[in-house]
Design a protein around this ligand. Sequence first.
Ligand SMILES: *Cc1c(COP(=O)(O)O)cnc(C)c1O
Length: 398
Amino acid sequence: MERLAIEGGYPVRGGKIYYGRQWIGEDDIRAVEEVLRSDYITCGPKVDEFEQELARYTGAKYAVAVSNGTAALHCACIAAGIGPGDEVITTPLTFAASANCALYCGARPVFADVDPHTYNIDPDSVRAHITEKTKAIVAVDFTGQAVRHDELRALCDEFGLIFIEDAAHAIATKYKGQQVGSLADLTCFSFHPVKTITGGEGGAVTTNDEALYRKLVLAHTHGITHDEAQMLDAPHEGPWCYEQISLGYNYRMTDFQAALLVSQLHKVEHFAARRKQIVATYNKAFGNMPELILQQEIPESDTCRHLYIIRLALDKLTCTRRQFFDAMSAENVQCQIHYVPVYWFPYYRSLGYEKGLCPVAEEIYKGIMSIPLYPKMTDQDVEDTIHAVKKVVEAYRK
Ligand SMILES: *Cc1c(COP(=O)(O)O)cnc(C)c1O
């Protein structure tokens, strides 16, 4: 048996590898440079171009580009009309922004539990949490796997709820052959550097509903309109006039972010193919190891995986999750944990949430760890990661 690096042995590789990172090419750099030399560095033609291309790619009627994924979620909640007194059902196994967006609107996030095999929100648990105050569901395509659209859509129809999809992990994923972004009432994307395509920062909301689209546009630029048809005080004095007709924010994307995103979007299928290839290699390498539980997929989801999670069967190992994590770091494979259940955070506890709300999610949380997954990984990087996982499992096998 190989000696672990954490116990003085040689690490499986020299340089550190991280769980995720961007892939910026010379073509991306040229696209940004072109904008920086142009007349418009914000509110110019590149933002329009990106919105059109994203709508075309996802198959949605409309796309609104915003400054980041959190802004996308906030705008979606505003467009959905979420306000004080409302409840919004979401998952605890997510980045905090999926729940914070309800708080921004004065509503209360309600946490439904997840499926023990897919780790995505469980429609039966959603149903159990619906009250007369429930206004919307924020369903997260966790690690990139599509949520159960048919079941969630049926619940939304039955109870008159708005279906918001947090697809920060899921650009390039399809559900029953249909691209994520064209399915929910409002779909939110993030273009943070660890996500599948990046604008440095960036986000977008897609929708097929014109009324929701108009509200999104207002929400991301101060609630101000230049469209005479929407103005309330017309006839007005002249072409300089605009009106604020609702309360909005400045959540605009710059033209150089949009240029980077147009360039990245052209490569999204290439990125997705490489991610799928790495996932297949990992599945093959880890599939028959009883110490590791792998995330399962529903057949309806053709997944572009954003995160690859190994779940430790801690009853078959002599180590804790923390020891496993530290041993991987010493091998120079830097893992991450996605995610601490949102309502465990001190801020949520201060709002009255308590541990134990979602026992399945909490149990999953105890054993999970995200290992490196990004398209720029070389075959050697993938091999090193597999080597490290197997080495650490062997050292701690019961
Ligand atoms: C990244 C992420 C967000 C937030 O996106 P930002 O662009 O970082 O604001 C929201 N939800 C999920 C699930 C995410 O992973």
